[in-house]
Write a protein that binds this ligand. Structure first.
Ligand SMILES: [Zn+2]
Length: 453
């Protein structure tokens, strides 16, 4: 028994000594760069990557330029790293580690915003200090970084050499501007800042950075921040969706087994907030979209002109209720102090100024000031979400007619000489097509006859 114990101890000492020898043989990058310790501790020495260090370098440069230290509660970091902004075939997700561990920001703390961008978009970082209003933007030089990532993939990268790459070489754009929201929401402030939009000072990400930073600095809920990440900016359209989710939860709370299904009629930015907050995603059949063209909306009764969407509360048994909400854009404009046509002022500062201004002003208002309940209707048993959507939001169907929001005769722009055959299926697309072909045929016939005549 004693012999066995002794053998175990000897073996343990031997194993430990082997580890110490091999460990000390490999020099840690931390001995040359002690400031990397938090990052190396987080990812592990053997998993430390070029992309981790890109995040470190962005944060380090920002801390130097803006003069803040790790964990400063006044600082917000924004980046599209990992969401998705690839560098060629390489993911940029690792850069998040470097930003987090160096600047001391995280999603958990609500001061790291992962801005959604397409897979081929440039990789960028921005840091905003709400105390000074200063913001620094760093956009990665794709060509330079890719050469390092290629080396890493081939197993020949020297991370110490990468550490020596200057910020000016790694980043193709580094720009610093003041984006103090209190200044930018004034018309004079917006006019003075507009050249930054024109010159793409933040690489074309000005609207994302300025709007998210502004609302964050005023205090933003986690739900709204997550919606802003997904939507990649904050606009009054997204705010309207956030307000509607809050309104529905407050006034029509879900009961056990129930879920929200959104019929986005018509769609606008709000629907990204619904997908994020209610998880009512298109792919999971939680949302169906239908446009309301101007020719249709102008025929809607005045009380329905503000229609924002149809929100279905459906239970496990299939019992469903439709709540139709309206959104008052005119009141938004008058409360924020600009004309509605300014939303379309794309040839000047106006388009972004009115959006930023409403983002900030609306934060001091309540959802019920702008939302109206246009209709609440029991839909009875709809079977299931899939069956219900396939019926009400099918190609050729018109939920506005079915709900009695608009008269049947206004349902379609295709002239139909005969009424639809049954009450249950008011608009079969096939019939419309046949009718259109028939009419077209008749017109061609008439035209040919005219020509001959
Ligand atoms: Zn938007």
């Amino acid at each position: 028994m004693m012999k066995r114990k002794l053998a175990t101890v000897v073996l343990a000492i031997f194993i430990c000594s082997v580890f110490v020898v091999t460990g000390s043989a490999q020099e840690s990058i931390v001995s040359d760069y002690p400031e990397l310790k938090p990052l190396v501790d987080f990812v592990g020495e053997k998993d430390l990557s070029v992309m981790d260090l890109v995040g470190y370098k962005a944060a380090e440069k920002a801390m130097e330029e803006l003069g803040f230290s790790k964990g400063d509660p006044n600082v917000l970091a924004l980046t599209d790293a990992g969401y998705i902004a690839n560098i060629g075939k390489y993911s940029s997700a690792g850069a998040l580690n470097g930003v987090m561990m160096t600047a001391g920001v995280s999603r958990g703390e609500g001061n790291l915003v992962n801005v959604h961008r397409g897979c081929d978009k440039p990789l960028w970082f921005a840091f905003f200090d709400k105390e000074t209003g200063d913001c620094i933007y760093l956009e990665v030089n794709k060509g330079n970084l890719k050469s390092w990532l290629d080396k890493e993939a081939a197993g020949t990268v020297d991370l110490s050499a990468f550490m020596k790459v200057s910020a000016d070489a790694l980043f193709s754009k580094i720009s610093k501007e003041n984006i103090d929201p209190d200044e930018l929401i004034t018309e004079e402030g917006a006019k003075a800042w507009n050249h930054n939009f024109v010159n793409k000072t933040f690489g074309g990400n000005e609207f994302s950075i300025v709007t998210i930073s502004a609302v964050w600095s005023k205090g933003i809920s986690n739900e709204f921040l997550r919606s802003a990440e997904f939507h990649n900016h904050i606009c009054p359209g997204l705010t309207s969706g956030y307000f509607m989710t809050q309104y529905l939860r407050e006034n029509y709370p879900l009961e056990k087994g129930e879920q929200w299904v959104v019929w986005s009629v018509p769609p606008w930015c709000k629907d990204d907030a619904f997908q994020q907050i209610f998880d009512s995603t298109v792919g999971k059949r939680g949302m169906a979209v239908m446009y309301v063209p101007g020719s249709v909306s102008e025929k809607l009764a005045p009380e329905y002109k503000n229609i924002a969407g149809i929100y279905i509360k459906i239970g496990k048994t299939g019992e469903a209720k439709a709540i139709v909400l309206g959104w008052d854009w005119e009141k938004v404009c008058s409360d924020c102090g600009f004309a509605r046509k300014d939303f379309k002022g794309f040839d000047s500062y106006k388009w972004w100024w009115v959006r930023l201004r409403s983002d900030v002003v609306l934060m001091d208002h309540e959802p019920e000031e702008y939302i109206s309940v246009l209709m609440v209707k029991d839909l009875g048993n709809q079977g299931s979400v899939k069956v219900m959507n396939a019926k009400w939001m099918a190609v050729g169907a018109n939920p506005l007619v079915e709900l009695g929001i608009m008269p049947k005769s206004e349902t379609t722009s295709i002239p139909t000489p005969t009424p639809a055959p049954t009450k249950e299926t008011p608009s079969i697309p096939g019939l419309g097509v046949i009718a259109a072909i028939a009419i077209a045929g008749a017109l061609v016939y008439v035209a040919k006859r005219k020509k001959r005549g």
